[in-house]
Design a protein around this ligand. Sequence first.
Ligand SMILES: [Zn+2]
Length: 250
Amino acid sequence: MTPIKAEPNAQVRLLDVQAIDTALAQLEHRRRTLPEHAEIARLEADRAALASSLVAADTAVSDLELEQAQAERDLQPVRDRLVRNQQRIAAGSVSDPTALAAMVEEVEHLKKRISDLEDAELEVMEQLETETSGREILRARAAALAETLAGLSAKRDTQLNELAADVAERRAERDQLTPELPPPLLALYTKLGVSHGGVGAAELRQGRCTGCQLDINAADLRVFRAAPADEVLRCEECSRILIRTPHSGL
Ligand SMILES: [Zn+2]
């Protein structure tokens, strides 16, 4: 396989492109792993749970309100009848003693019935009060949660915008550099980057490949030393493009 040729300057430019690509990968990693993502997801789950608790609380409150209204409706005819009976007794309009006695007895019965219905209604009202204040607590919690979420979302968005601006800046720098590279070199670099964790090109530094961090053996170093400056070298160990610099130790 004929080695690719590229001017030494272009080869060094490739290291700059690699540095930008590494920075871009780090920016992407930061974008994906912002702590706010996990925090927001957790709070969204809390919000969903709270929303269904609120639905249940709304249902309980409205059921109890209906029950109280029904209790009031049940009481009204009994109260009316009591008042009517009491008026008739007070007016002396019942002359028959047996009928009067029955009416007096019914008055007592109606009073007892009213008292029982009122006790039942009171119990419903107490439950209603408990449910209503429980719902208020849930509503307050939901409002606080919504506020926390809004704050976190804003914080996340600010960071995402900053990261996006950094990415745009790096991409612009990269776009300035890549036209200086011979297309076959850039293509090889891109291909190697995909299979080598995003690092397709590495500096040969002090006799070592900075891609795989292995020392180049003496025989390969001799070959590298003899290679023309425009020949693109490859690491025998990791096959990455090896770039010579004044620090290569050749
Ligand atoms: Zn290597």
